[in-house]
Design a protein around this ligand. Structure first.
Ligand code: AHM
Ligand code: MG
Length: 338
């Protein structure tokens, strides 16, 4: 018998319900979190799409916890997500790239059993030049006792504990890609009806890719094994065909292209940034979960990324993520680094 979902348009809401129905023990709380995130993504889309039209471009005149310059849209996206997610009774705490500590659930709302970590607008330095930006999110179950506010221990869990993760890319169209551990699925926003429609069910990334995404302006600061790895990817040591270099400088855009087309995104440690730049909990881990679900792999240079036990909320990590065979090459060549 042909299932209804194979014969007609599938909205993200319908897909989430159908996925949930496969698990009789599901309470619907995780589904609720995903719906709310999809709504927040639509609200951020509308702001991003109007960025050149209204006076929301440029700096907000403030800095975030890492001392980075915040764009106004960062602040707006952070507020949209916080407000969309704080009252559903499903979360006990949140954390954002844009805020120093835990974002508590306001007292008037019930606390739930999940925590949400997010980067509201990644790659935001690209906004002024109309390059795609994105939102990244990670959901984990609380480990602290009771039903009160969430604690730091709920945040500092390895990526393997994620129950859902995803990203939204505000590109030539808006797409949301998420996983709950049963494949990675992509939805494209149809702006005429304001709905995310299933466009990329069960994404599989090629085993070997053609795209290499890296900022090689840091080459002078790389270790010798990282340099050797880049020579390998570029075919300079005659061990493989040269990859094509593609680097937008927006993790979501670079990762999304490589996920669909095959390749590797690399942000190694370097002498200036000994832990790399990207944040483990709300940038690397969600991408690693999605990538593995699509058949790819992700390491920090030494370990499978999802197994790393975090010690700090805004911890940074080197990142090598993408097609499985390309990541295997990184693991092999970097083993001499330590
Ligand atoms: P952000 O979270 O402050 O926007 O920084 C993260 C971004 C990523 O999207 C991107 O991959 C990386 O920074 C680019 O960094 P670099 O300019 O060092 O290559
Ligand atoms: Mg970021």
């Amino acid at each position: 018998m042909i299932k209804q979902s194979e014969t007609s348009i599938v909205t993200i809401d319908r897909f989430i319900i159908e996925q949930e129905a496969k698990f009789p023990e599901a309470t619907g709380e995780l589904s609720g979190i995903l719906y709310d995130l999809a709504v927040a993504a639509k609200m951020i889309t509308s702001k991003v799409r109007r960025a050149g039209l209204i006076d929301i471009l440029g700096g907000a005149g403030s800095s975030n916890v890492q001392g980075e310059h915040q764009q106004k849209l960062d602040v707006i996206a952070n507020e949209i997500i916080t407000k969309a997610m704080d009252h559903g009774g499903r979360l006990c705490a949140m954390a954002s790239e844009e805020e120093t500590g835990i974002i508590p659930i306001p007292r008037e709302f019930k606390c739930g059993k999940y925590v949400l970590l997010f980067d509201p607008l990644d790659g935001s330095s690209n906004i002024d030049v109309n390059v795609p930006v994105g939102t990244i999110f990670s959901v984990m179950k609380r480990v602290s006792e009771g039903e009160g506010p969430g604690e730091m221990s709920d945040m500092l869990q390895p990526g393997l504990r994620q129950v859902a993760a995803g990203y939204v890319i505000y590109g030539s169209s808006t797409m949301m890609v998420y996983t709950t551990g049963h494949g990675a699925h992509g939805f494209t926003l149809d702006p005429s009806i304001g709905e995310f429609l299933l466009s990329h069910p069960n994404i599989r990334t090629p085993e070997t890719g053609t795209y290499l995404s890296v900022n090689d302006a840091y080459e002078q600061h790389w270790s010798e094994p990282v340099r050797a790895l880049m020579r390998r990817y570029r075919g300079l040591d005659l061990q493989r065909e040269a990859m094509n270099v593609r680097y937008v400088g927006s993790l979501v855009a670079d990762f999304h292209r490589n996920l669909l087309g095959g390749g590797i995104f690399v942000y190694p440690a370097n002498k200036k940034s000994p832990q790399g730049k990207l944040r483990l909990l709300y940038e690397c881990n969600p991408m690693a979960f999605i990538c593995e679900q699509a058949g790819g792999a992700a390491i920090d240079g030494r370990h499978r990324l999802l197994e790393v036990v975090p010690t700090e909320l805004h911890q940074r990590s080197p990142l090598f993520i993408g097609s499985k065979k390309d990541v295997e090459i990184a693991a092999k060549l970097l083993s001499s680094e330590h």
